[in-house]
Design a protein around this ligand. Structure first.
Ligand code: C2O
Length: 576
């Protein structure tokens, strides 16, 4: 009686195995000697001797296997930014959240599926500031290949366009100085913005080989997979005399959106079609900073990182045209772009959940606090009584150092005791006028360090209001959630007012993201379903703010089956 059932099951199994492939890479992380901006050659940390590192290309449903070989002098981890990691939480990568670091000379293999998402994601180091040079693209095409894109025209070619920041100094040393002294002014602004690792020729002394070139043919269509890999800077992105049709963001398709400027915060990606419809010639592609801080914070470099779009048949020497610059503080342009995107609703694709189990209201912003014991050079002069800090709901996050949070979670209450506490609050400890200048007072600003998580039941639906505060300064913080996409229901300025905002939630086609740039001095409302057991970091994607504690962790409990539970750790999981 049993065998007639076996046959169709067996056929199905063979068919699905034949479709999904294994995409395998070895990432040797090590020293790369490089010279930019007329500086003597110096050593950076990079993957396979390239900046940016290799692009991982997969189709939806594939398995990705990456062998990390750490030949660098630093502890290392790699995060697969935006990958859900369902069933593979040990491969997520943030140091001390899901794993201990891979020590110099050691290896670790990341193994995960890319399922239920298509478009552009990326990977980066998730420890200290090393992601400044350890990053690359992760491209997920439809199972049916490029012909199956739900947009038209189909591109003649696809290009990854990775925006970055370049420092002439060693970024690891800069981060250590900032940490040990508690003095954030030790982190100078980047010396250049880069496109695909190169600053372009608008900087003093950038040689011709430091400009990335995009060859195009008249009237062909290009799919630009734009990634903001900068540590601390949201960007305006333009190409002179060209416009874009945005078709995706954070590996989720969007309703086609026409624009001449793409706004992209650290952690985000944008897929945009660009038609080579201008006169044959050369045009700058330019990335310039969006500095949303009010009052203005530490200086940004007010320069353009550039690449050159070069038409077939152009002389190759003529000076390219530069696109009109977007003002560095043009919040109107940033908000217009970031709030106008909507999802492309596709049959069979989950959309926003309409009922909510848990509502959270979470302030995000800056503050101050005391020197920590490990900050051995902190406030040695005794002239500064407080150092910079950052927090969510006034809890300033501190990573554990003896064991990763996912290991502590997996081995149960005895293991997690002393590593983290389950008291991350659903509300700020004090309700105040979050965005008023008068609120910038010492009592509200003061935070203490803690390692708090918010525990969620498997499949619980969470709605979270992210409210920026005026403490120290308002700023558009790019808030990134690991392990999930969320739907962005609404965004606005000032203090969140539920009665006014809720009737205007987009519950039809809200954009789906893994990183939302909370408007400066404003708020954003997100929803997600906790359908992924594990420990999932949520944090500001400015590395400077992550280090200051602008973070928390969701602890999602196991579901009823083995498939919906955290699996045992891989045998090669690094130990601390
Ligand atoms: Cu791309 Cu936790 O980060």
């Amino acid at each position: 009686m049993a065998w007639p059932w076996l046959l169709p099951f067996g056929l199905f199994f063979v068919a699905s195995v034949a479709q999904a492939a294994v995409v395998e890479h070895t990432f040797n992380v090590g020293n790369l000697s490089i010279s930019q901006l007329c500086q003597p050659a110096r050593i950076i940390t990079a993957v396979n001797g390239r900046l940016p590192g290799p692009t991982v290309e997969a189709r939806e449903g594939d398995t990705v296997v990456v062998h990390l070989v750490n030949e660098s002098p630093y502890n290392m981890t790699i995060h697969w930014h935006g990958v859900f990691q369902r069933g593979s939480p040990w491969a997520d990568g943030p140091a001390m959240v899901t794993q201990c670091p891979v020590q110099p000379g050691a290896n670790y293999t990341y193994r995960f599926n890319v399922t239920d998402q298509e478009g552009t994601l990326w990977w980066h180091a998730h420890i200290s500031f090393l992601r400044a040079t350890v990053y690359g693209a992760l491209v997920i095409r439809p199972r049916g290949g490029a012909g199956a894109y739900p947009f038209s025209p189909k591109p003649h070619r696809e290009d990854t366009v990775i925006l970055g920041e370049w420092w002439n100094a060693n970024v690891y040393d800069l981060q250590q100085q900032v940490f040990l002294t508690g003095d954030t002014t030790r982190m100078p602004p980047a010396d250049a913005y880069t496109i695909n690792g190169k600053p372009g020729d608008l900087y003093n002394c950038s040689a011709a080989n430091q400009t990335y070139k995009f060859p195009v043919r008249s009237n062909e269509t290009y799919l630009l997979r734009i990634i903001n890999a900068a540590l601390n800077t949201p960007m305006f992105f333009k190409v002179a005399n060209h416009t874009f049709t945005v078709v995706g963001a954070d590996a989720a398709y969007t309703t086609p959106y026409e624009t001449d400027v793409v706004v992209i915060a650290p952690g985000q990606t944008v897929d945009a079609l660009m038609v080579a419809g201008a006169a044959v010639g050369r045009y700058y592609m330019a990335a310039s900073p969006y500095d949303s801080a009010i009052p203005q914070g530490p200086p940004f470099s007010m320069t353009n990182g550039t690449a050159i779009v070069e038409y077939a048949g152009s002389a190759g020497e003529e000076k390219p045209q530069l696109p009109p610059r977007t003002e560095y503080n043009d919040t109107d342009t940033a908000f217009r772009f970031l709030s106008n995107l909507t999802a492309l609703v596709l049959p069979g694709k989950p959309t926003v959940p309409l009922s909510v189990d848990t509502r959270m209201f979470v302030t995000v912003g800056l503050g101050n606090g005391d020197c920590q014991p490990k900050q051995t050079l902190c406030n040695t002069t005794g002239t500064r009584s407080r150092i910079f800090s950052a927090s969510m709901n006034n809890a300033s996050f501190l990573l554990p150092d003896a064991v990763s949070m996912l290991q502590a979670h997996y081995y149960g209450d005895a293991a997690s005791a002393g590593v983290y506490t389950r008291d991350f609050p659903d509300w700020p400890p004090v309700i105040f006028d979050y965005t008023a200048d008068a609120s910038d007072n010492d009592t509200l600003k003061y935070t203490t360090k803690s390692t708090k998580v918010r525990t969620l039941r498997y499949n619980e639906t969470v709605e979270m209001v992210l409210q920026n505060t005026r403490l120290i300064g308002k700023e558009s913080h790019p808030m990134h959630l690991h392990g999930f996409n969320f739907f962005v229901l609404a965004q606005g300025f000032g203090n969140y007012d539920e009665a006014a905002a809720a009737p205007r939630f987009n519950l039809v086609n809200p954009q789906e993201r893994n990183t939302v740039a909370v408007p400066t001095g404003g708020w954003a409302v997100i929803r997600f379903v906790a359908n992924n057991p594990g420990m999932w970091f949520m944090h500001c994607h400015f590395d400077a703010h992550l280090d200051l504690g602008l973070a928390m962790v969701f602890e999602v409990q196991d579901g009823p089956t083995a498939e919906t539970s955290v699996p045992p750790p891989p045998l090669d999981l690094p130990q601390c």
